[in-house]
Write a protein that binds this ligand. Structure first.
Ligand code: SF4
Length: 455
């Protein structure tokens, strides 16, 4: 699923073809479009757009380049319109010092009023900022402490972006990131995708390869494709992650929260085995926000073998199956073995087990021989270079026994001939090099994961 979080469907460009444009978006899996208003007239008209199209949500506001001396009085009407159930944001509002259509003073005054309106209504802001980063950071961020919002068509530098994220805002990217002369790929890579949305800003900023033609919401997929190349994810991953972000900010597309038995990231199909775990790692979101790359992994009930197989059958386009989820798979060892057995007899794919390595303690026996022929790859969380640090980080129910058992489990997996990986989370005072040395000594592969990066 993709969401075009910023389009101007009431522009004359779509006068004779809006129906087709919206249908083309749906055909391309662009499930929702946010029509962003630029002035009072647009805001009024957008209500009928919402009433006509089930997949269109609307915002109300006045773009900084549309401001007039009379805009102040129009704010009252915008405030009334904001009560309509289709209105999910206040926008497009902000500061534009590039075009200089109106004075800076007027822009700042009206923007401050829209910030108040956002606070009053609880609706997030869709913010336009052009050549005004100094003022945003110096004079406005502190005024926006109690509101949420997105900086659309983000054009700032890395420091601006990180500062906005730090202050709870989202950034949104449009078709210009696909242009050959776009020079900010490195900035995009450093902004966590969990704080990003995608948009077309239609009818402007048409992405490649359609540059030069009129833009439309279906092309938001091209923005996702560009991001997928920067984040080593698929366009579908980007669509889902950014849709989840849109859900968090605007409250739309709630279906994204449906719990998953199987979930795809890149070309791997993960199985959400359980939410139970023998650890309670300090960096784990399992009990707070169990969402991975836009997939909600909070299980209402643990899936049966049959339900899992049925779910696997519905998927295509993957090259490995991974037992994972927000929990420890070996807590359900029989389930893992039964599903893996079915996979091995029916699908030509590798099977991986992601585990905290405490399976022998959990099952009170050496489980490694039981995995032979069912699992190809085992990825084990080493987490730390010493037993004390391990316990401090994982808070395992097995206490001091846990670390030595994990090391033994790694050795057993290596000995049994599994492709074996150890992983650590780059967190706090974990000594990456000492952990790497342990992995080398155990003769297994080693991976480091940034603690903010899951999946
Ligand atoms: S082992 Fe994994 S699932 Fe369990 S608490 Fe730690 S990070 Fe979370």
């Amino acid at each position: 699923m993709f969401i075009d979080t910023h389009a101007h469907l009431l522009f004359p460009d779509y006068r004779d073809c809006l129906e087709e444009v919206i249908n083309r978006a749906l055909i391309n899996n662009v499930k929702y479009i946010i029509n962003v208003s630029i002035n009072l007239e647009d805001s009024i008209k957008s209500i009928s757009l919402f009433e006509k199209y089930q997949n269109v949500f609307i915002s109300v506001g006045i773009h900084p380049n549309e401001l007039k001396e009379t805009s102040h009085s129009e704010l009252k009407k915008i405030k009334e319109l904001a009560k309509h159930p289709g209105v999910i944001a206040i926008g497009e509002v902000g500061l534009d010092y590039y075009r200089k259509c109106t004075s800076k003073e007027l822009q700042q005054k009206i923007f401050a009023e829209f910030i108040n309106l956002s606070e009053e209504t609880g609706l997030p802001l869709i913010i336009h900022t052009r050549y005004a980063w100094g003022d945003i950071e110096k004079n406005f961020i502190n005024k926006m402490k109690n509101i949420k919002g997105v900086f659309h068509c983000f054009s700032g530098n890395l420091s601006n972006g990180l500062n906005l994220i730090e202050n709870g805002f989202y950034l949104s990217y449009t078709g210009n990131i696909t242009y050959r002369n776009f020079k900010k790929d490195e900035i995009l890579r450093k902004i966590p995708i969990e704080r990003v949305m995608i948009e077309t800003d239609s009818p402007f900023l048409t992405p490649e390869p359609y540059r030069g033609q009129r833009n439309e919401p279906a092309y938001v997929v091209k923005v996702a494709e560009k991001l997928s190349s920067l984040f080593n994810l698929t366009p579908e991953d980007i669509g889902r992650i950014t849709s989840y972000n849109a859900y968090k900010l605007f409250g739309i597309a709630g279906e994204i929260l449906l719990p998953k038995i199987t979930y795809k990231i890149r070309h791997s199909l993960y199985i959400n085995v359980t939410n139970r775990c023998s650890s309670n790692c300090v960096f784990c979101e399992r009990t707070k926000n169990p969402v991975v790359k836009g997939h909600n992994l909070k299980l209402k009930k643990e899936p049966t073998v049959e339900e899992t197989i049925e779910d696997i059958r519905k998927n295509v386009g993957y090259n490995e199956i991974v037992f994972c989820g927000y929990g420890e798979p070996t807590i359900r060892l029989d389930y893992v073995k039964d599903v893996a057995r079915w996979v091995k007899s029916n699908l030509p794919v590798k099977v991986r087990l992601n585990t905290n390595g405490q399976g022998n303690l959990i099952n009170n026996r050496n489980i490694v021989p039981e995995l032979k022929g069912l699992i190809d790859v085992v990825s084990i969380s080493l987490n730390a270079e010493t037993p004390d640090k391990y316990l401090k980080l994982t808070r395992s129910i097995f206490g001091k026994k846990a670390y030595s058992s994990v090391i033994k489990f790694i050795k057993e997996c290596r000995k049994a001939g599994f492709e074996t990986y150890t992983t650590i989370v780059n967190y706090d005072d974990v000594d990456v090099e000492k952990c790497r040395a342990i992995a080398e000594e155990l003769d297994v592969n080693f991976r480091v994961r940034n603690f903010k990066e899951v999946g």
